[in-house]
Design a protein around this ligand. Structure first.
Ligand code: COA
Length: 235
């Protein structure tokens, strides 16, 4: 793919308050046209690491490689047991009031691509994660793991007919390393029907998340290099 097309990233544009695009084969706009001008602009692109022709082309347009995204998938299979955590309870929440108390978790994603791209404003990562947590999207749900009144961790997920997408999983730093993350995944895995699949993406540099998914039986199904194009408004 060297004749790149782009499509508006409506969700991210609303979240960041300026035009954002994503390079996509199904896109209706010519990427050269999108990049033309001096307006504030953010475009992201994901490419297979052996797609050398596209990589050369996108880099020559000013895109910078940020990291690699690994996609994991899990299909219903024999579940790997994990030692239960005392007093841990699970529940789904859609309460807006509760969601606002989860927003404090939004700055815990240290390997997030918006954070590792040092050219970007430092609040982007938190804005994106906050919007995921607060999002009014009717498909988006939150699976909470609670110990007493404490929220030990949670998963933000989207459920569709044949797949469930994990947007994020996070555990409070004071509860990490106690298999809360594994228990959250196990709880979700138990709810998945035979013909469904769970999909989750993470950065290559997020070694703990990769270990978490692998130990829960997820398989690495795709790896892509992530590129960003970012331009502040040129006066
Ligand atoms: C990723 C995260 C959710 C893991 O939660 P957790 O409850 O601490 O993880 P668990 O205790 O269930 O451990 C799961 C696996 O990761 C391993 N692990 C946990 N912490 C680790 C660490 N600091 N270093 C290396 N391995 C670690 C465990 O050994 C376990 O593997 P095993 O079953 O093979 O022994 C947590 O670290 C976190 O919130 N990170 C910040 C947010 C984030 O990056 N989320 C993922 C992307 S959306």
């Amino acid at each position: 793919m060297t004749n790149f097309c782009a499509t508006a990233d409506v969700w991210l544009s609303e979240c960041l308050d300026f035009p954002c695009f994503v390079v996509s084969e199904a896109g209706k706009e010519d990427l050269n046209q999108v990049l033309f001008g001096n307006n504030r602009l953010f475009v992201s692109c994901k490419l297979h690491e052996n797609d050398f022709q596209s990589i050369d082309a996108i880099e020559s347009m000013g895109f910078v490689e940020i990291n690699q995204q690994i996609t994991f998938s899990w299909k219903p299979d024999k579940l790997t047991p994990v030692k239960p955590v005392n007093d841990l309870e699970f529940r789904y929440s859609s309460s807006k009031e509760l969601r606002s108390s989860l927003v404090g978790f939004a700055d815990l994603f240290v390997t997030d691509r918006f954070r590792t791209d040092s050219r970007l404003p430092s609040d982007w990562s938190v804005r994106v994660k906050t919007n995921w947590i607060l999002s009014p999207d009717e498909n988006r749900q939150i699976l909470l793991a609670q110990i007493g009144k404490d929220i030990a961790g949670f998963i933000v997920l989207r459920k569709y007919v044949s797949r469930t997408i994990i947007d994020l999983i996070v555990v409070d730093p004071s509860y990490r390393g106690q298999k809360i993350g594994r228990q959250l995944l196990l709880h979700l895995q138990k709810s998945i029907k035979k013909n469904q699949v769970i999909i989750v993406g993470t950065q290559h540099d997020n070694h703990v998340a990769r270990k978490l998914y692998a130990s829960a039986g997820f398989r690495n199904v795709d790896t892509k290099k992530v590129y960003h194009f970012y331009r502040e408004r040129v006066l």
